[in-house]
Write a protein that binds this ligand. Structure first.
Ligand code: AMP
Length: 188
């Protein structure tokens, strides 16, 4: 299965991605996690990404696309993958299309985790307390939601137009949301 997980910050993508990866036996590839790992290891990529992340901005497409291209070329992603947090811009959609076209594959589905804004704000506040992420301050959180609305929300229509979109209610118990996603994928 080749899947994309879409949804605003705080929708529970990371939590669900880890669970789905186990259920579907594909690697969960989180661009945010890869960037954070590079920041903490002090790599060149981490240095390039950090200022954007701390400001709640997207890392430039050229940097992000190159990183995903490398990651998808790894052996464990050949038979399928679950992308968490990529693509996030229409330019990234086009780039992912090119990567998949190049090896004759394509996406099977795009799961959109839906949650209302009040709930997302509550969850982000909780995560800020629990995880001490440097991009989880209140002003940055608000900005991340604005960036999502402007740059990533339009992807919902793009994938709906291709018949790939599977909207799933992200509100509820973690296990229940996983069950809904698997059902939406016909794996329930
Ligand atoms: P996440 O953990 O998915 O919320 O990502 C954390 C941060 O990493 C984002 O706010 C961006 O700064 C950066 N990031 C992650 N994925 C992408 C992407 N696909 N495009 C650009 N920036 C990204």
């Amino acid at each position: 299965m080749r899947l994309v997980l879409l949804g605003p910050p705080g929708a529970g993508k990371g939590t669900q991605a880890a669970r789905l990866a186990t259920e579907l036996a594909v690697p969960a590839i989180s661009t945010g996690d890869i960037f954070r790992a590079n920041v903490s290891e002090g790599t060149e990529l981490g240095r390039e990404a950090q200022a954007f992340m701390d400001a709640g901005e997207y890392v430039p497409d050229t940097v992000t696309n190159a990183m995903v291209r490398d990651r998808l070329a790894a052996d464990d992603a050949r038979g399928g993958f679950l992308l968490d947090g990529y693509p996030r811009t229409t330019a990234q959609v086009a780039e992912l299309d090119r990567m998949l076209d190049a090896d004759g594959s394509s996406l099977d589905a795009v799961v959109e985790l839906t949650v209302d804004t009040d709930e997302v704000v509550k969850r982000l506040a909780q995560r800020a307390t629990e995880q001490h992420r440097s991009d989880d301050g209140e002003a940055v959180q608000r900005h991340r939601l604005e960036v999502y609305a402007a740059q990533t929300a339009p992807l919902v229509d793009v994938y709906a137009g291709r018949g790939l979109l599977r909207p799933v209610d992200g509100l509820g118990e973690v296990a229940e949301v996983t069950r809904r996603i698997l059902a939406a994928l016909g794996r329930g």
